[in-house]
Design a protein around this ligand. Structure first.
Ligand code: NAD
Length: 482
């Protein structure tokens, strides 16, 4: 039974889509429709852009301290509604409730808090040109920014874009993934509760090729911040580039996790399991290609498989569940097709490999067992293409040179992890790996002040820290003859 009709948030109010059409929203753990979301189109986007344009003059000229107060209030409201938001995120995405409660939602409020305060410390530059001139650089917000986010960390990634855009003085038209719209809808209610001026943030729900495309094409939207798949990123770039829009693209990954024989064995195994299967492997930063130095290979494999078998798969609502449902039936089928591909390519299945049956309310849910293969060459499709699910490979390597070449062999370059206690090697390998971030003896440890993003086909531009505030502003240099 349909219980909730999600609404668009445009010009400060919750409204239905102009067409009156809705899409089903499925709870992936049960495989059932549990709410509906607006099937918005270009008309809704137009309306949202007009609202944002009208709000821009007063929002951008508010003292930064005032904008900061609104964002801090949103952060507080997210914290105050932690349980409801975590529940919504888990129901929408299939992820364990515990993960949403301890990671996704707290990080969403941390994003708002970080940019609310970072904007207060944003400093501009001045340069003396000998005794001839004084140059100073001011940075102005861009106007209406489009923020488009994926389904895997719904509120976290949504807020990661919206918060810096708003803090820098822009107004925003945002679109969450059509697969996980609920937390963005709840956020729009919190914006109303916080008294955010109308039109400053507008949230339009619906399909990517309809709503997302209309946002990217809109002539009055000069900047697009996008996180999602590499193919979608290509499409967005091909639309936006001829219009000379500012673009930040955070795209796919196929990240190497490199284990040297001199690692702290216990730490390396435990965290390699975490890096492989947290959020069912549906994190762009998951380490899905695990390379292990030959002399450690058999020991590592044995302990790794043992720990993977202990991961509790099941109802996301249960406290001890570590592996929940995949986000959709389509995604489940995609993951299963990669498992078949890995077998066809000669991979030896070490554990998992099929749909998982969960009893009770979740018997129709989209569950796949955590799956591990070995015996696959580094350059086969299984080891080159992004699966974005609970499927990883183990591969032994013989030398540092060899593993660096394998690590760098994909078209992606988002993140990498290196396990070694040799400090010199850690620096050497980190330096040669082609990726935006390298974790040494850790994984997913984030300091919001550091730049975040990928190289090669994992994206262009950087989010995080002051980089995001720079992205959402345009520098202007004034040169005064002295
Ligand atoms: P996706 O590209 O299918 O969709 C992402 C968003 O783009 C959704 O809101 C979607 O509706 C919208 N969209 C789709 N077509 C569009 C178009 N033509 N114009 C504008 N918007 C459009 O990605 P997904 O399946 O939601 O997410 C999974 C992907 O995201 C994976 O590849 C993953 O690696 C990547 N990801 C990257 C990062 C990162 O920081 N680099 C973080 C999380 C996820």
């Amino acid at each position: 039974m349909v219980q909730t009709s999600i609404q668009n948030y445009i010009n400060g109010v919750l409204i239905p889509p102009i067409s009156g059409k809705y899409l089903p929203n499925v709870n992936p753990a049960e495989g059932k429709i549990y709410s509906q979301l607006p099937d918005s189109d270009a008309e809704d986007v137009k309306k949202a852009v007009i609202a944002a344009q009208e709000a821009f003059p007063s929002w951008s000229s508010l003292p930064v301290e005032e904008r900061s107060k609104y964002l801090l209030q949103l952060a507080d409201l997210i914290d105050a509604n932690l349980e409801g938001l975590a529940n919504a995120e888990s129901i929408d995405s299939g992820k364990p409730l515990n993960l949403a409660r301890t990671v996704d939602i707290p990080r969403a409020s941390a994003n708002f808090r970080f940019y609310a305060t970072a904007a207060l410390h944003f400093s501009s530059e001045a340069h003396l040109t000998g005794n001839q001139a004084l140059n100073y650089t001011s940075r102005k917000p861009l106007g209406v920014a489009a923020c488009i986010s994926p389904w895997n960390l719904p509120l976290y990634l949504f807020s990661w874009k919206i918060a810096p855009a708003l803090a820098a003085g822009n107004c925003v038209v945002a679109k969450p993934s059509e697969l996980t719209p609920m937390t963005a809808y709840l956020l729009s209610k919190l914006c109303i509760e916080a008294g955010l001026p109308k039109g400053v943030l507008n949230i339009v729900h619906g399909l990517g090729p309809k709503v997302g495309q209309a946002m990217v094409e809109h002539k009055d939207v000069p900047a697009i911040s996008f996180t999602g798949g590499t193919l979608t990123g290509q499409k967005i770039a091909s639309t936006a580039a001829p219009m000379f829009k500012k673009l930040s693209l955070e795209l796919g990954g196929k990240n190497p996790n490199i284990v040297f024989a001199d690692c702290d064995f216990k730490e390396a195994v435990q965290n390699s399991v975490r890096a492989a299967f947290t959020n069912q492997g549906e994190i762009c930063l998951c380490g899905s290609r695990i390379f292990i130095e030959q002399s450690l290979y058999e020991n590592f494999k044995e302990e790794f498989i043992e720990q993977v078998k202990q991961l509790k798969l099941g109802d996301p609502i249960k406290e001890d569940t570590k592996i929940g449902a995949l986000v959709s039936q389509n995604h489940k089928e995609k993951v299963l097709s990669y498992i078949e591909l890995a077998k066809d390519e000669g991979g030896k299945l070490l554990t998992g490999g099929k749909t998982a049956q969960v009893t009770g309310r979740c018997e129709e849910g989209f569950f796949v067992e955590p799956t591990v293969f070995e015996g696959l060459p580094f350059d086969c499709r299984t080891n080159q293409e992004e699966i974005f699910g609970p499927v990883v490979t183990l591969t032994p390597f013989n030398s540092e040179e060899e593993v660096i070449a394998w690590a760098n062999s994909t078209k992606y370059g988002l993140s990498a992890t290196v396990w070694t206690q040799n400090l010199k090697r850690a620096h050497r390998v980190a330096d040669r790996i082609e990726s935006g971030i390298v974790w040494v003896n850790c994984w997913l440890l984030r300091d919001l002040r550091t730049p975040f993003g990928g190289v090669k086909q994992s994206g262009v531009g950087r989010e995080g820290g002051m980089e995001a505030l720079q992205f959402f502003t345009e520098p202007k240099n004034v040169c005064i003859k002295t």
